[in-house]
Every structure is written in structure tokens, then in C-alpha cells.
Design a protein around this ligand. Sequence first.
Ligand SMILES: Cc1cc2nc3c(=O)[nH]c(=O)nc-3n(C[C@H](O)[C@H](O)[C@H](O)COP(=O)(O)O)c2cc1C
Length: 261
Amino acid sequence: MKVLVIMGSPRKEGTGSRAVKAIESRLATHGPVQLEVLRLKDANLGQCRGCFQCISRGEELCPMRKEIVAVEEMIEAADGVILVSPGYVQNVSGLMKNFMDRIAYTNHRPRFFGKKVMIVANGGSGLAKTLDALRIAIGGPEVVSELEYTQLPWPMQERSIVKRRADLEKAVDKFYKALQVKDMRPSFNNYMRFLFLKGASVEAKEWLPADHEFYRDLDRYYYDVDVGMGMRIKASLLMPVAKFFMRGMAPQRDGADGSDR
Ligand SMILES: Cc1cc2nc3c(=O)[nH]c(=O)nc-3n(C[C@H](O)[C@H](O)[C@H](O)COP(=O)(O)O)c2cc1C
């Protein structure tokens, strides 16, 4: 079993690193798991320039494609990914955010299906918001486990340390269990997301041609899978409601200039 750890802290020996060591030890109690650590600080991803080419016309057109391809290959070679970020101003660190920006096209055209993701936020307060951000870092794989790893800037009480250890063990056990499951059926949320993005790719064909190309020949889901009758019925009932609430997002069709003014 191979797990890639993507670290968003600029500090080599910080709290995030200690959390990863504890995660590694707990994983080892279940079976052999090989951890590979990618420190974003050393990955030289470069700062996203905001050209939007990856999202609109395809990631091959990113002017800094090479470095992110190397990360894609590392994710592809792993069974699972652990994303670790310190909480910075109740969000992810700048390094982690830049990684999310550099791989943002996977939120339009998901991949890495079947991989399992664990997200870890470390710091003092506001870690739930850091986890909210991490949850959508990579489009495609399922987030199966989440952990708030608390480290206060002063000596912590014994009972807080005991709780932190118990939370970590629970989250790691959940992650390990999910790594064993080979069921490729999507969650309902992911299925709804697929239907929504496929619909949007038709509406926004002119502006997001890469999405249009990607979704054009996809029928049931991103890959061949039986999503089940129940899920299809539930989605067909909910989709018109979702579309109603998002109707203001549709492109202006009467030729009026809707650009920035
Ligand atoms: C720029 C910056 C912003 C931070 N913002 C917060 C914050 O909003 N809430 C908090 O509890 N800790 C905050 N911290 C503290 C870090 O989250 C905390 O020290 C973390 O455990 C560091 O992780 P690391 O050692 O893995 O880098 C911040 C630290 C920095 C450097």
C-alpha cells in the first residue's frame, strides 16, 4: 500500500511533521504502508499566474505544466493521499493554496478515481475552516478521513494531548479501512457534481471548451460504473431544484455585454 503525503508547511520539523510521524506509526499497526512525503516548499511548483488556460482550454496549455505533471504522477502511483496544512488565518497555508490553484483544473475535470484522501489541519483555532478548504483541494478522489491536529503555542494539558492522540488514531483507522475498499461507486454528492458539471459544460461550451470536450462523450459517470437506480432517481428529482437556485449563473444569451465594467 502506497500513500503520498503532501505537506503544506514551510517548516521541516514543525507540528505537521510530528502529526505525520504519528500517522505513520498508527498506520504501521494495521499493515505495511509505504509513505512518500512531498514537501510543497521543495516542489518548485511556481506561483499560479492566473491565466485560466488550464481551466478553460486544457491543462496542457499551462505555461508551467512540467512541475505539476510530476505531482500528478506521484498521486497516480499512490493508493491514497494525505494532505496536511497548518491553519493560517483560518485557512490553508500559502504553499497549500498555491498547490490547489496549480491543480484547480481537476475540480472541473476530475481524475485520480479510486484513490482515498485523508485531510489534516494542524494549529490552534479555526481548523474546521482549514479542513473546508482542503476538502476540495484535488478533484476526483474521495475524502474519507479528516483530522484536526491541535497544537497550541503554549504547553498543552495532558487531557488535550490524550484527546488529540485518540482523534488521530480514529482518523487513521478510518483512512486505513477505506484504503482496503475497492468499491468504485460514487458518493451521491460526487454524482450530483458530475451531472451539474456535465450540464454546465454544454451551456458554457464557448467559454470552457476543455470542459465541453471532456464531458461530451461521458454518459453515466466519469468511468464505467453502475450508479444504481436509487441514486439516479434522487438526482433526477434534486437536479431541477439545484438548477433553479443557480439560474442566475447561466450565460447571458441576448448579445448584451456582460463583461466586467
Ligand atoms: C501566517 C500564520 C498564520 C497563522 N494563523 C493561525 C490561525 O488563524 N489560527 C491558529 O490557531 N494558528 C495560526 N497559526 C499558527 C499555526 O497554525 C501553527 O503554529 C501550526 O501548528 C504550524 O504548523 P507547522 O509547524 O506544521 O508549520 C498561524 C501561523 C502563521 C505562520
